[in-house]
Design a binder for this molecule. Structure first.
Ligand code: NAD
Length: 255
């Protein structure tokens, strides 16, 4: 039995992860954290405002779906206590990603912008398409999410763009084009365009387009429920308890 603490228990993903853990026979949620001052969600699980206090309930692993700043604080608490850390929080700045890497020197840390099996496969298919289609094909990424999402573009869109850039042997920072406006001129060959749509209750959609002359390939993933992400988070928690320190992604879990 694996004992899990959920950081961000009251959030959309925190609640889904609690449900996914309830459906798993070998995983038990022993406590959760909520934003200081926030009401605890209904349920029989101990709820704390500080991760240190939540870990007193016996958590072997922390699953975090919070905000970038809270995620980094949580990684540091886990590193100080030797507790493996799984986070799906997106929108981290480079310095915040660096902080996760520092934590990963002493504990296993899994950071995945998308924990679904489908997006893992989409990434592989995108990598293969980028390998097979030469630079005559322009790559564009379009993502859509619900109106509450804070960061744009999505961590998944950036992850997909990184995958393409790596195959093409370029630095994403040099070729990324975030949205377009005004007299932007002709499209440079090696640009990777990334656009974000926001509204309604869209759980998450990602399309990678390879646009050539006379044809185009579109690879799309649509999440219709957060349950797919939550199942992935539970799978990651189960996997990470046996890993040595290091920074991991879903590709390590879903080999
Ligand atoms: P949300 O706003 O519903 O949940 C975040 C929760 O964190 C909120 O309840 C907030 O009150 C809480 N929180 C803030 N400060 C806290 C603190 N100090 N301690 C404890 N809790 C605190 O958002 P969400 O839709 O659940 O998404 C959370 C994050 O997960 C976002 O970054 C989102 O992009 C990401 N996400 C990742 C995946 C994935 O598969 N990796 C899937 C969906 C969402």
């Amino acid at each position: 039995m694996i004992s899990v603490v959920i950081a961000g228990l009251a959030g959309r993903m925190g609640q889904q992860t609690l449900e996914a853990a309830r459906q798993a026979e070998d995983v038990r949620v022993v406590a959760g954290t909520v934003r200081p001052g926030a009401a605890a969600p209904a349920g029989a699980i101990p709820v704390e405002e500080r991760l240190e206090a939540a870990l007193e309930h016996g958590g072997q692993v922390v699953v975090d779906f919070t905000t970038p700043a809270v995620c980094v604080d949580n990684a540091r608490v886990c590193a100080a206590r030797g507790v493996p850390f799984v986070t799906g929080t997106t929108g981290l700045e480079p310095a915040q990603r660096q902080a996760l890497e520092e934590a990963a020197a002493s504990i296993p840390v899994l950071h995945a912008p998308n924990m679904s099996v489908g997006v893992h496969l989409l990434t592989k298919l995108v990598r293969e398409a980028a390998e097979r289609l030469d630079e005559a094909y322009d790559v564009e990424i379009v993502e859509a999410h619900h109106r509450h999402k804070r960061d744009a573009p999505s961590g998944t869109a950036l992850h997909l763009a990184e995958a393409v850039a790596r195959v093409q042997g370029v630095d994403l920072g040099d070729v990324a084009r975030y949205g377009r406006e005004g007299i932007v001129g002709a499209r440079p060959r090696r640009e990777i365009g990334i656009s974000a749509v926001r509204g309604g209750d869209v759980v998450g959609e990602h399309t990678v387009l390879f646009l050539g002359d006379g044809e185009r390939l579109e690879l799309t993933h649509k999440a219709s429920s957060r349950a797919a992400f939550a199942r992935g988070a539970v799978r990651a928690a189960r996997w990470i308890v046996n890993q040595p320190p290091g920074l991991y992604g879903m590709e390590d879990v879903l080999r």
